[in-house]
Design a protein around this ligand. Structure first.
Ligand code: ADP
Length: 198
């Protein structure tokens, strides 16, 4: 098995790279998606979040009210840490389960937005960082429906490109068009993934 940790700042193109790697046969384990799954209605994760923050973070239907939760933890690092202490271990456990279930010869790509921030670089055979000019990221995030101010604030709250580069085995630039990105992913697969599989 080859374990690849995929990261990059918000809007850099991680999900797009993950999809291109999946097309080549990689098994993608998506931390954001797992983070939603572990707090679905009826899960122990949601019960733990409610135990920590109260019923005000639930919708009338009993699902997690994400905007309500976001406003509780926004600008409150202690509350944020309490939330992370509930959710992060659940996400890691579920990701580990999915990796353990993968075939021995699998290429497993874990899409971990906060890989650097949470100090997980050592957990992978190879750390792949997607890096894109901040102005391009803002423009792409605005296309995705965020305001430019929101996009800039989110970028500023994450690790810097330098911090990500410091733990990267490979940096993929994504400043060009989608075809250029696909070519870069193809090259990564041929030069780094195939040889590692032996
Ligand atoms: P991340 O997962 O890092 O937040 P995404 O892969 O979702 O980033 O990319 C952010 C947005 O930019 C998406 O809407 C995506 O479709 C778009 N995008 C990614 N790469 C390119 C590219 N090379 N050219 C144009 N748009 C792109």
């Amino acid at each position: 098995m080859l374990r690849i940790g995929l990261t990059g700042g918000i809007g850099s193109g991680k999900s797009t790279v993950a999809a291109l790697l999946a097309e080549r046969g990689a098994l993608v384990v998506d931390a954001d998606r797992i983070a939603r799954e572990v707090v679905e209605p009826g899960t122990p994760g949601l019960a733990a979040v409610v135990a920590e923050f109260g019923d005000s973070v639930l919708t009338a239907e009993g699902a997690l009210d994400r905007p309500a939760l976001a406003s509780v933890v926004f600008g409150d690092p202690a509350a944020r840490a309490r939330l992370d202490a509930v959710v992060h271990p659940l996400v890691r456990a579920r990701a580990a389960e999915l990796v353990a279930a993968a075939p021995a010869d699998a290429v497993v790509v874990q899409d971990v937005p906060l890989l650097v921030e949470t100090g997980q670089a050592g957990s992978y055979d190879l750390v792949l960082v997607v890096e894109t000019e901040p102005a391009t990221r803002v423009a792409r995030l605005v296309d995705r429906g965020l305001s430019a101010d929101d996009a800039r604030a989110r970028i500023a709250s994450q690790a810097t490109d330098e911090q990500r580069r410091a733990v990267a085995d490979v940096v993929l630039r994504n400043d060009g068009d989608r075809a250029a990105l696909a070519t870069a992913v193809e090259r990564f697969w041929v030069e780094r993934v195939r040889p590692a599989l032996g």
